[in-house]
Structures are given as C-alpha cells and as structure tokens.
Design a binder for this molecule. Structure first.
Ligand SMILES: [Zn+2]
Length: 336
C-alpha cells in the first residue's frame, strides 16, 4: 500500500483490472496527476466495472481482460447516471468540508442496491480540509468490506500522511498518442481532424475531449492555416488580413500562436524528411509540401523563433497590437 506506480494509463488499467481478477482489491485508490489527464474518466470506468453484477472475462494476448456487461441493472443505471451504488463527492467551492465526508459515511452504511459493492469517487480530494481528511481517516482505518473509494488528486502532498499511507497511489502521466486515440474513438467515435487534436492535446485526454467540443478552436485552426497557405502562394502578402485574424483571437492568443507554430513545425518535418506520420496537420500534407518546398530550413526555423519571441513578449505584457503586427510582418517577410 501507499507506493507510487509511475506508469502509462494502459498500465494503470492493467493494475486496476488485475486487482479485481486476482481478488486483491484495495479499499481506496488515489489517482494522481494534473487536471485533464484522465483521472476521472479512469475512475468512472473502474467504478462501472466494479459495480457490474455480470462481468465478462476474456483472454487477449495471453492476458485476462475484464469487461462490464452493459446489460445488468447496475450497468444500465450507471449509464443513465442514476446508479445509487456509485457516488460522486465533489464541490465547486475551494474546499471539501467535513459535513460532506460525514454525509458520505452515512451513505456508506446503507447496503448496496445491486451487487455487493459501492463506489465513491472523491473528486479533487486534495481540496479536503484537515477536518474532512481526519473524518475520512476513520473509514480508511476500518474500511467496510463492500466499499471502494477512489480519490482523484492533483496535489498528493495536500493529503495528510495518515491518509496517504492508507491508499494505493497511482500516478497518471501523459498518454501516448495511441492511448489518446483509443479513448477518443471509444468515447466519441471518429472525429474530423483527429490527428491534429491528438498532437495538440499533448497526451492529455481531458484536453483532447475538450478540444473536440470546442468548435471555436477548430475554426481558428482552419482560419489561421488557410491564411498562411494562402499567403505563401501569393507574390505579395496581405498583412492586414493576418493582423485582423489575430486581433480577433486576442483572448486565445496562446492557442492561436500554438496553431501557427505547429504549422511551421510540420513544414520542418516535411522539409527534413523526418517521419511524416508525426505531422500535426496531416490533412494538409500535400499542400504544405507543394508550397514550402522552396523555403530553406533556416527560414522556417527563424519563423518558429519569431513566434516564440512574440509569445514571450506577450507573456511579459508587450503591447498586443504591436506584437501581432511584428509577428505578421516578420512571418510574411520570410515568405518573400
Ligand atoms: Zn453489468
């Protein structure tokens, strides 16, 4: 108990699922890692599986795979968000207070409705006050047989040592692109621009799911890349248009700069003949190839440097309009 397992998320899944199969389930787990990395999704999936009254076991590549049946009352009510054996403890406040934990403990006393387990997810458990944590400690010291508590935690150090030593800690690290793809396909299905989204979210499943729902970002990406592609094919550049596009995205300038930078990084990949599977704008591969074949690698690198320089300036409160103008003129100058 209490030791850290630094692993990718498929490994974490393996650890959790085999703890069910081998009947050495812990009564409390801490899912640790930055916001958006997939702790909550994992806790939900694990909770659903724990509660399913008719789990299926199958062998895959010599490993036993456990899956929920999606048919039992527990699975059905889980999907509709009404499974009384599955409980979220969460707050929109700064802290989770002792009363919240007391209410949870009262609920724990009630027998499960469907199977032989109840699952509680304490979201952002690092927000528990010391009183709340001391109260929870009583449950962890004498854990009821039928209860599994899952804590999602961004700052593990905020938990009292007495709590930390009684929970099984799993550290979430960045997902591989393949893991992000797998989750997106499972949760949402095929989406447009999936390669772009996967590269953009940088191994963070939560932000991938957010990006997919964020039409503005996808529109921004289309607008900006089209502008760049348009301009590099002309003999004279439309600086004003570039400036006005970026002015429009003043509130999201970091994302806008990311999109420009990713574009030029792709050009670099194509120019240097590196593995083109890693292209972010893979849907624009051919058009990038056609239009940037004459640009020197040095030029592309100075474009990327320029973007970084402007980003740094903006973070230090440089005048927005001047910085944007400097960027657009600078990029267009490289194209000439
Ligand atoms: Zn089921």
């Amino acid at each position: 108990l209490g030791f850290g397992n630094i692993t990718g998320q498929n490994k974490i899944k393996d650890i959790l699922y085999s703890s069910i199969i081998e009947e050495r389930l812990s009564h409390a787990y801490a899912f640790c890692g930055p916001a958006g990395i997939g702790k909550r999704t994992m806790a939900q999936d694990f909770g659903k599986l724990l509660l399913c009254t008719n789990t299926l076991i199958s062998a895959e590549n010599g490993k036993n795979i456990l899956s929920e049946c999606n048919k039992c009352d527990s699975c059905m009510t889980f999907e509709s968000g009404t499974n009384p054996d599955f409980n979220y403890i969460e707050t929109s406040d700064d802290s989770i207070k002792i009363d919240t934990i007391r209410n949870m403990q009262k609920d724990i006393l009630l027998a499960p409705m469907y199977g032989n387990k109840k699952v509680y997810i304490i979201c952002d458990a690092h927000k528990m006050t010391h009183q709340a944590q001391n109260c929870l400690l009583k449950t962890l010291e004498e854990p009821p047989q039928n209860v599994v508590i899952l804590l999602t935690v961004s700052i593990f150090e905020n938990l009292l040592e007495t709590i930390r030593s009684r929970i099984f800690k799993l550290d979430f690290i960045k997902n591989s692109d393949e893991e992000v793809r797998e989750v997106v396909l499972k949760k949402i299905g095929m989406v447009e621009n999936l390669n772009f989204i996967i590269s953009y979210c940088d191994g963070n499943i939560g932000s991938a799911l957010k990006i997919i729902q964020n039409e503005d970002l996808m529109e921004m990406r289309t607008k900006i890349t089209n502008y760049i592609l348009d301009n590099c094919t002309k003999s004279s550049q439309n600086n004003l248009e570039g400036i006005s596009i970026l002015e429009e995205y003043k509130e999201n300038i970091d994302e806008a700069l990311d999109i420009i930078e990713m574009f030029f990084r792709d050009v670099l990949v194509i120019k240097t003949g590196s593995n083109q599977n890693i292209l972010i704008n893979s849907d624009k591969k051919d058009i990038i190839k056609r239009n940037f074949v004459e640009f020197s690698t040095d030029k592309i690198i100075s474009c990327i440097d320029l973007i970084d320089k402007v980003r740094g300036g903006l973070h230090q409160n440089a005048n927005f309009s001047l910085a944007i103008e400097y960027l657009v003129l600078g990029l267009n100058e490289e194209f000439l």
